[in-house]
Design a protein around this ligand. Structure first.
Ligand code: ADP
Length: 619
């Protein structure tokens, strides 16, 4: 009982090792892979976002350069000194294809000198009305500035200190660039700056767009983002006092205008409104390709509407781009924005990748489990076999010793003539013969097993009468069996029944089965041995009323070295080879053997051997 438990635990140990060494790491690996796959969509989205943001930043930089250059190029067209020829500038503006829309001149007291009253179109009059109060200093205008520029200025003022770059001497340009980058990349710096602004009572406007996800439904729930441009109301006189020329963006009644102005001496201001359509003509060539098969890029105006006509693209909501950037303080509330052409493609591509990863992880895991299981089973079988071989050696030695001992005892008795009774002498001789038979059978089995394993087992097959063979064998066994108190029932047909077989091998097989019936019979000593002709087979049956065989093991008992693991079998000597060899012999003769429960108890072995017909004997 103890050893059985110990054996089972040694068989389970490799299983535990495999679990610990292969299955658990495999499982963890698979879980990890599946988790990564789940984040695939977010990862792809982030990657796209980074790519587009870089593209947008580049475009914003070019547009800012363009806007700054407008002022310079207009400045260049206006002479520095006062002159009567100032009107010639306006004529020049008119005749060239510059960005000038409505030119104007007004004097210090706000009187509009140009366009001349007599020559004003309705547009001119509307323009003057819209801006009159502003020029007259009666109404302030919102002047925008960049929060990041403010931050950079503050950094410069505070002795060039900003996170990560403390007290380093750098050129102003490099320093500015680094500070600007730090502001753009570091959300902590941004948060702090916004907090400071709010503390100062500064209202930071919200952007026109909400970005952040390709999922439109999610975007609705996002909090609007703060603009990086803040404004301050300023009167015209204030603006003019600090510079000689400038550009002022104005949004009047939802209409966007960009005003250019320049002082002419101390008396007059010349200026113009910029033609936004023409400005866009300058902007468009600076943009990256508007449509690719992944994204659509456009400029959104101060109302959050596309400023460039979108021919073949319409998102669900222009205000919800995938990524966007504000353009400049000169185009407040304008954005350059990117939309995914088909957001579903991103999801389905991510889903596909995730599926592939999950599938691969699954396959990996299943492969690991299966190979682990196979490995475990193989190890278990190998260990069982190793154990069975050891038991086999012990059993064989024991099986050899027992008959040899009894043969020796009886041979000595006869030799010393200590038993004068001829009947007893006959009995001793009988016992010796049966022990020798047992020995022969055992040795034959072991030798045959070795031959079968090496593929060297040969048969001398010939046509033989299986009926006669069985009857002879039964007659030989009867004496011993009956002597051992067995009821031995036989039933054979009349006449001959030919099979093509090696009679010695068939006898060996039958003796193995009859010997088993005898060995595993316990108290009920009863054996029935029959032969019938069924179809094309000779069917031999050997039944006993012994200990029986668990139906679950009825195939396993034919495996080499296998012996049923119970106390009854343990008491009987054996090697676990008898049935293996018997089945091999029968299969080599085109037949087979199986076992079934005998009624009312015990086991019945059924052997089939093909009958030799005229055709089979010809071949
Ligand atoms: P062994 O030398 O152990 O008898 P076998 O190959 O002949 O080896 O049989 C394998 C096992 O099958 C036996 O150990 C026994 O447990 C079981 N067995 C064989 N024949 C019988 C039978 N007639 N009744 C009960 N059990 C049997």
């Amino acid at each position: 009982m103890m050893s059985k438990k110990r054996n089972q635990s040694t068989l389970w140990r490799p299983g535990l090792i495999i679990m610990a060494a292969i299955i658990i790491p495999g499982l963890l690996l698979s879980i990890l892979a599946i988790r990564t796959a789940r984040h695939e969509e977010a990862f792809m989205e982030k990657q796209l976002h980074t790519t587009f943001s870089a593209e947008l930043s580049q475009a914003v930089y070019s547009l800012q350069q363009l806007l700054e250059s407008i002022q310079d190029s207009l400045d260049a067209t206006v002479p520095v000194v006062t002159g009567k020829d100032i009107k010639a500038v306006i004529h020049k503006w008119d005749s060239t294809t510059s960005l000038v829309d409505i030119p104007f001149i007004f004097d210090k007291s706000g009187n509009v000198v140009w366009p001349p009253e007599s020559d004003r179109s309705q547009r001119d009059r509307d323009f003057i009305t819209a801006n009159y109060n502003f020029f007259l200093n009666r109404q302030p205008v919102e002047v925008y500035r960049s929060i990041s520029d403010d931050y950079v200025d503050q950094m410069i003022a505070a002795n060039r200190k900003f996170p990560g770059k403390k007290n380093k001497k750098q050129s102003d340009i490099t320093f500015r660039k680094q500070a600007k980058d730090a502001f753009a990349r570091n959300s902590k710096i941004q948060k702090k700056v916004y907090k400071d602004l709010q503390r100062q009572g500064q209202v930071v406007p919200l952007r026109n767009v909400v970005t952040g996800s390709k999922n439109e439904a999610k975007v609705e729930a996002y909090t609007p983002q703060l603009s990086t441009y803040i404004s301050e109301p300023m009167r015209f006189s204030q603006i003019v006092s600090s510079a000689n020329s400038g550009l002022i963006p104005r949004i009047i009644d939802q209409q966007f205008t960009l005003l250019y102005w320049k002082k002419i001496g101390t008396e007059q201001i010349i200026g113009c409104s910029i033609d936004i359509t023409k400005l866009l003509d300058h902007i468009i060539p600076l943009l990256p390709q508007t449509q690719t098969n992944v994204r659509y890029l456009t400029i959104l105006n101060h109302n959050g509407k596309p400023a460039i006509p979108a021919e073949s693209f319409s998102p669900r909501n222009w205000k919800h781009p995938f990524a966007a950037k504000e353009i400049s303080r000169l185009l407040p509330r304008w954005e350059i924005a990117v939309y995914l052409v088909s957001p579903q493609t991103l999801s389905s591509r991510a889903r596909f990748t995730a599926l592939v990863i999950t599938l691969l992880a699954g396959i990996l895991f299943i492969t690991i489990v299966i190979s682990g299981f196979v490995l475990f089973k193989t190890m278990q079988t190998e260990m069982r076999l190793a154990r069975q071989k050891t038991t086999f050696v012990t059993n064989v030695s024991h099986e050899l010793k027992t008959p040899l001992t009894s043969i020796r005892i009886f041979a000595e008795l006869l030799k010393d003539r200590r038993q004068p009774d001829p009947a007893k002498q006959e009995k001793y001789l009988g016992i010796m013969v049966s022990e020798i038979e047992r020995l022969t059978r055992l040795i034959n089995n072991v030798l045959d097993f070795a031959r079968i394993n090496k593929g060297e087992k040969t048969y001398s097959k010939r046509t033989c009468d299986i009926n006669a063979l069985c009857q002879e064998l039964a007659a030989n066994q009867r004496f011993r069996l009956e002597h051992n108190k067995f009821t031995f029932i036989t039933d054979f047909p009349s006449g001959e029944l030919f099979v093509f077989a090696d009679p010695e091998a068939i006898k060996q097989a039958l003796l193995n089965i009859i010997s088993n019936a005898e060995k595993y019979s316990a108290d009920k000593k009863w054996i029935r041995f029959t032969l019938v002709h069924e179809g094309s087979d000779a069917v031999l049956r050997v039944a006993d009323q012994g200990i029986g065989i668990d139906p679950a093991l009825k195939e396993r008992i034919f495996k080499e070295f296998y012996r049923v693991d119970d106390s009854l079998t343990a008491r009987v000597q054996g090697t676990g080879l008898g049935l293996t060899i018997t089945r091999q012999i029968l299969q080599d003769h085109g037949g087979d053997i199986r076992s079934q429960k005998n009624e009312p108890s015990g086991t019945e072995f059924i052997i089939t051997l093909p009958i030799q017909t005229e055709e089979s004997s010809e071949t």
